[in-house]
Design a protein around this ligand. Sequence first.
Ligand code: MG
Length: 157
Amino acid sequence: MRVGIGYDVHQLVDNRSLILGGVTIPHSHGLLGHSDADVLVHAIMDALLGASGLGDIGQHFPDTDPDYKGISSIKLLKHVGDLLGHAGYKIGNIDSVLMCQAPKLSPYMEAMTKMISEALSLDRSQVNVKATTTEKLGFVGKKEGIASEAIALIYKA
Ligand code: MG
């Protein structure tokens, strides 16, 4: 068995859609990034790549590559799942946390879990998404950005 961690932060700005876990969430602001800036999926991809010793998302999907401009991170997650499969790994479970002051994410957790587990052909019970505020402290608390951490356990098939 092997484990990996992932961490990501994106800035909240005007005039962008807020996409978390592949779900478009109604909000006054969205996350800035080269792709759709799905901070949760980015952390999960890094956890999976880290667990398998395959580097990080910056190596696989450089933000200088126009192919990835505006791309759905769920598509990239499917690709990471394929990479792990080709390397002979299966995913045991993924746990994750979103650090977000606003909007309230609880109504969307189920949909996010569904999107992520389906992208990786996992059972819903293998994927867990949590959310927390930072009690108005720091850049998350000041609504300047959203952060995410993830951990993944994988094993040789
Ligand atoms: Mg990112």
